[in-house]
Design a protein around this ligand. Structure first.
Ligand SMILES: N[C@@H](CCC(=O)N[C@@H](CS)C(=O)NCC(=O)O)C(=O)O
Length: 247
């Protein structure tokens, strides 16, 4: 019998990694959508589910899983998934390779650490400048905020963020299988790298001035051309539309 799976998804978030992994392993799942507040923070409904109020969170039978890497590792380790792979029904790198382990850590630590910092500075500096977060700032103070946040985003963070993209590009350019797993199938490292790469190529960072090399672009095309990649994009969109129509 299939395990019971409910994915708690926050719009524009790392939960897109889990949609892709779930579609690859072909187990049925339900989705609960949580929409970001105007401040971009997660809503209280997600706080009620996950200890830090962050997405993704996933209920696997009666156990709550958080942290995308842990969720993905747990899903790929399910006996039902192993059995399906043995029958040739699942085409994913189930055993964690050294490269998977490396890129899984890299994605959340060295890479998203920098992009998360940028997102926070971008959103909060706008909140201060528009007066919603801290009312009553003088023009002089606003100019200072603009100058400092602009420097942080463009002079300090951007070159470091770009270096993480270039580093991933140089790995993929040499990788025989074309995946971050180091094999010819996507593994944990690929699922983990999906969120940022997808946001750079088709998401919110598309026009933000980052340079994405040909090997990453090819990887992204390959992922989205996989039946599971296509289904994941469609399911995410359908679930968000269905949830919006109920608000
Ligand atoms: N390391 C965690 C990060 C989770 C995380 O920060 N999620 C973001 C969305 S991408 C979130 O829920 N943000 C909502 C908030 O900060 O209020 C993971 O990999 O799952």
């Amino acid at each position: 019998m299939s395990p019971s799976i409910t994915l708690h998804h926050l719009n524009v978030s790392r939960s897109d990694r889990i949609f892709w992994a779930l579609e690859e392993i072909k187990l049925p799942y339900d989705v609960q959508v949580h929409f970001r507040l105007p401040t971009r923070s997660a809503p209280p409904s997600l706080q009620a589910v996950s200890p830090l109020g962050r997405a993704p969170a996933l209920m696997l039978n009666d156990k709550l899983l958080t942290e995308s890497a842990y969720i993905i590792h747990t899903l790929l380790s399910l006996p039902e998934v192993k059995a399906a792979a043995e029958k040739g029904e699942v085409d994913v790198q189930l055993e964690t390779t050294e490269d998977d382990l490396f890129w899984g850590h890299f994605a959340e630590a060295s890479q998203l650490n920098l992009f998360q910092a940028g997102a926070i500075i971008g959103a909060t500096s706008q909140g201060w400048l528009q007066g919603g977060m801290v009312p009553g700032l003088s023009d002089e103070e606003k100019k200072g905020i603009e100058k400092y946040s602009g420097w942080l985003l463009n002079a300090y963070l951007k070159p470091q963020q770009q270096a993480t993209i270039d580093f991933a590009e140089s790995f993929l350019a040499k990788s025989k299988g074309g995946f971050f797993s180091g094999t010819d199938k996507p593994g944990e490292g690929d699922f983990m790298m999906f969120f940022l790469i997808n946001s750079l190529i088709v998401g919110g960072r598309k026009d933000a001035g980052y340079k994405v090399g040909p090997s990453i672009k090819k990887w992204h095309e390959t992922v989205l051309a996989r039946p599971a990649g296509m289904k994941a994009v469609q399911r995410l969109k359908d679930e968000e539309e269905k949830a919006k129509s109920k608000i």
